[in-house]
Design a protein around this ligand. Structure first.
Ligand code: C2O
Ligand code: CU
Length: 493
């Protein structure tokens, strides 16, 4: 489905599918939001298994590939500075093949990074990942990551099937802040799926050659045009449920938003114009809160926001995605995402500090040390592919070496004619500049995934602390990643 926005009353969306057919989709918010169960402790063990999950309000449940029997998997909560060990036991059907789990946003060793072709989790076996939750010897900042499958060529399929979950890093400083907590601290994973008439996931990978990954040919829409690879769903889901509602009191809430969609971006807003006050990225607090009425999140991007529902008693507030003019060509879609039913006032002891304990940012070198360009490529052997610096992903080829302990400044440049969302593994990056200028206020904390519109470039800097070995840089539109837009760099002594 491609959806076009029409002003909607009480969540009525008029959608237009790819054939141009227009129909009304009445969004009724019939089922309650589920908050994934929280697991704490230094040792977490998760069974990867097939399970039936309630995604749609009526009819059969949907069979998914899960972490621990639910979709999303449980939210793992770790303590900054203390090692967290997570064991994944692979009990999924044969066709899942070997898997690998990446903790997106976290800083850890190459062997613990859940990379596409190494240290795989074989069926019937298990693997324990060790996350020290430290950076350069200090505890990692309080942050919000997500874990997901990262198997080469199959990442889109494996994520679509359900291998996704959230991970929160807590620290003592953030606990002292008196931000909304407990039931007023909601992790919200936004994604999307399409369903058959029996409520089962469609298989966007079964038809055509696109499933073969970048080593196969991609569905090609004509000379000069990009390969037709985008996995989008007809239903936007929050924590695994389509169009849920959630009862809130007329107080402040903390929403930890993650876009876990394979391909789509969301340009989020609240239906009554109420702002989000952004306090952090996924990787730590911003120095000062930023008031935003619209918040664009591409695949794997996260935002930590406060929403104040006071004054809205008795009202319904819809979290919606309405692409603005700047969102054209970004893969951003229209949707009524979920509904907050605002009840009575309640005692609210939370506070919104004017200054936040933002992590220290590295001082970037004046010169760019490495440039990465994102565009289409092609050759006889691979056909057309999404490329970085003209080449498709090859796990055996290293495209850059960075010295352990050094700080580098990388330029990420989009030379293609569509938006990409570029992610770099395992380091915490500061955005130095966007198109040569100071980045917008919400991009002044630590980041790991950047939106790059056609022609745009960002300069980013990080310290390569603690860990040597190979790491990945790739587009987080999973189809693009599977189709070659990934490269490897190595941290060396
Ligand atoms: Cu969220 Cu390399 O991935
Ligand atoms: Cu891309």
């Amino acid at each position: 489905y491609y959806c076009r926005f029409h002003p909607f009353m009480r969540g009525v969306l008029v959608v237009e599918d790819s054939t141009g057919e227009v129909g009304a989709d009445l969004v009724e918010f019939e089922q309650p939001l589920v908050v994934p169960r929280v697991v704490r402790g230094a040792d977490v063990r998760l069974l990867m298994r097939q399970a039936k999950v309630r995604m749609l309000p009526r009819g059969p449940r949907t069979t998914m590939w899960t972490y621990g029997g639910s979709y999303p998997g449980p939210t793992i909560v770790g303590r900054a500075g203390r090692e967290s060990r997570v064991t994944f036991v692979h009990r999924l059907p044969r066709k899942a093949g070997s898997l690998t789990t990446h903790l997106h946003g976290d800083h850890h060793a190459s062997s613990e990074d859940g990379q596409p072709t190494t240290h795989l989790i074989r069926r019937g076996r298990s693997r324990t990942y060790r996350y020290p939750l430290t950076y350069g010897g200090d505890p990692e900042p309080a942050s919000f990551f997500f874990y997901h499958d990262h198997r080469m060529d199959r990442t889109t399929r494996n994520n679509w099937r359900g291998l996704q979950g959230m991970f929160i890093v807590e620290d003592a400083t953030s606990r002292r802040l008196r931000l909304p907590r407990g039931r007023r601290d909601l992790p919200l994973m936004i994604s999307e799926r399409s369903f058959t008439r029996r409520n089962q996931l469609t298989d966007p990978f079964a038809e055509g050659p696109t499933m073969q990954g970048h080593h196969g040919t991609m569905a090609f829409t004509g000379p000069g045009s990009p390969p037709d690879d985008h996995t989008v769903g007809s239903h936007v889901v929050v924590n695994g449920r389509y169009a849920p509602f959630h009862r809130v009191t007329a107080t402040r809430y903390r929403l930890r938003l993650v876009n876990a969609a394979p391909f789509s971006a969301y340009n989020l807003s609240l239906s009554d114009g109420r702002p989000f006050v952004q306090i952090g990225t996924g990787n730590g607090f911003l120095r000062t809160p930023v008031v935003r009425t619209e918040l664009s999140l591409g695949p794997a991007q996260r935002a930590d926001v406060i929403v104040d529902f006071s004054g809205a008693s008795g009202q319904d507030v819809v979290l919606q995605s309405v692409p603005g003019a700047e969102e054209r060509g970004t893969g951003s879609r229209t949707a009524a995402v979920m509904q907050f039913r605002v009840g009575d006032h309640a005692r609210d002891r939370s506070r919104l500090p004017a200054r936040l304990p933002s992590p220290d940012l590295v001082t970037a070198p004046a010169k760019v040390t490495k440039t990465w360009t994102f565009d289409l490529g092609g050759d006889k052997r691979h056909g057309t592919f999404w490329a970085i610096n003209g080449k498709p992903f090859d796990p055996a080829r290293s495209d850059h070496r960075a010295r352990l302990g050094s700080v580098e400044r990388w330029r990420l440049r989009n030379t293609s004619d569509m938006t990409h969302y570029v992610h770099i593994h395992a380091q915490q990056w500061r955005t130095v500049s966007r198109n040569g200028k100071r980045p917008p206020p919400w991009e002044r904390g630590l980041e790991d995934t950047w939106r790059l519109d056609p022609g745009e470039y960002v300069d980013v800097a990080a310290r390569f602390a603690d860990h040597t070995g190979p790491f990945m840089i790739h587009c987080h539109m999973l189809d693009h990643e599977d189709h070659g837009m990934m490269a490897r760099f190595d941290v060396v002594r």
